[in-house]
Design a protein around this ligand. Structure first.
Ligand code: NCD
Ligand code: ZN
Ligand code: ZN
Ligand code: ZN
Length: 352
């Protein structure tokens, strides 16, 4: 096979740690990792320091990102205990509203029903409410989506029972969509034991049965998203390792490998990294193309990565399929390991 051209690909779930955690990643290194992974649009999560919950923080993050980004981006607002009206008024300047219904990295945990209801009542989009919810809290999120008829996107679904609940809820009309990460599609708890802190993230890696259930319910999965969540090696090797693993540079090679094995079609990939993200998040997608060599066989290594954290839970894996070039708005932005566009080339898709 020759080369394959894919349209503008979007990752709707990344953590660039900017501001406040730029020793892990910033908008420059994160967007370079995106381009190296064939991705031209990233949606950045609000669990930064300060968290993106007020207008000033959103404005400051937009300023930083406009200065540093090499590819296009959108920014999430975070749902806090007392910002429902403010967040709703800022809706058009954000990719969506992120709500954390479970403990993970950062301070944005919501466990107060009145505050949750206030957000579900007031949010007017245009983007959805994106939710971190695991286990029983996933059922709570779906109940809120139904009760307030609020488009709700369920992040990083990882368990067999969760995908089964989502299937039933969608079939009975719940206004929900969902995403699954490459690590939950390609790794299990056996890898978590092998990788130690470098295989620790929220939700944690599941059983082989969980992993198989995600593949069997591919038709229920709207998007693939990385949940790119870099932390330094030193942090990972410390007393209390933070959850999260990087993923921007490995998502496409992993999915292309599954395509080469006949477990996915190229159309499945384009649907979940281009069409569905554009529709769910109302993304004004830039004109872009990624040129892929589907037959290139190579091994993922830490050394070749652009992410500042410098490691991958997939290091050592042999994959088939490689990103050769990426064009963004008519400009050659990436070629064979090199990012060719400057910081500031990336645009805020929700500049308002
Ligand atoms: C994320 C992070 O590090 O910001 N960590 C993770 O394990 N996924 C937070 C999150 O997405 O839950
Ligand atoms: Zn999460
Ligand atoms: Zn996340
Ligand atoms: Zn479409």
């Amino acid at each position: 096979m020759g080369t394959i051209i894919l349209p503008a690909l979007a990752d709707v779930h990344v953590h660039f740690r900017d501001p406040g955690g730029t020793h892990k990643e910033d908008f420059a290194t994160g967007t370079r990792a995106a381009l190296a992974g064939g991705i031209v649009v990233v949606l950045d999560m609000p669990n930064t320091s300060p968290p993106t919950v007020h207008e000033a923080a959103l404005q400051e993050k937009a300023r930083i990102a406009e200065e540093k980004a090499h590819c296009d981006f959108g920014l999430f607002l975070g749902a806090g205990p007392d910002n429902a009206s403010e967040a709703s008024a800022l809706g058009s300047r954000a990719a969506g509203l992120k709500m954390y219904l479970g403990h993970t990295y950062g301070p944005l945990l919501m466990n107060d029903l009145p505050a949750m209801i206030a957000h579900f009542q007031r949010w007017r989009g245009p983007g959805p409410i994106a939710i971190h919810a695991e286990g029983p809290m996933l059922a709570a999120a779906i109940a809120l989506a139904r009760a307030y008829d609020q488009p709700t996107h369920l992040c990083h679904v990882s368990r067999a029972e969760e995908i089964a609940l989502i299937r039933r809820s969608k079939a009975s009309g719940a206004p929900i969509t969902c995403e699954v990460t490459p690590h939950h599609l390609f790794l299990t708890e056996a890898d978590a034991s092998r990788l130690g802190p470098f295989g620790f993230m929220r939700p944690t890696l599941g059983t082989e049965r969980d992993r198989a259930a995600l593949w069997e319910n591919l038709d229920v999965i709207d998007c693939f998203a990385t949940d790119h969540a870099p932390h330094t090696r030193q942090e990972k090797l410390g007393e209390n390792p933070p959850p999260g693993v990087p993923g921007l540079e490995t998502i496409l090679p992993l999915l292309l490998t599954a395509v080469s094995e006949g477990r996915l079609s190229m159309q499945d990939v384009v649907q979940r990294l281009h069409h569905a993200p554009a529709h769910i998040y109302h993304l004004p997608m830039p004109a872009a193309e990624a040129e892929i060599d589907p037959d290139a066989e190579w091994e993922i290594t830490d050394e070749a990565l652009h992410t500042r954290c410098g490691w991958s839970p997939f290091a050592g894996m042999k994959v088939r399929g490689r990103v050769r070039r990426v064009w963004l708005r008519g400009t050659l932005a990436y070629e064979d390991g090199q990012v060719l566009v400057p910081a500031g080339f990336g645009r805020n898709l929700f500049a308002g």
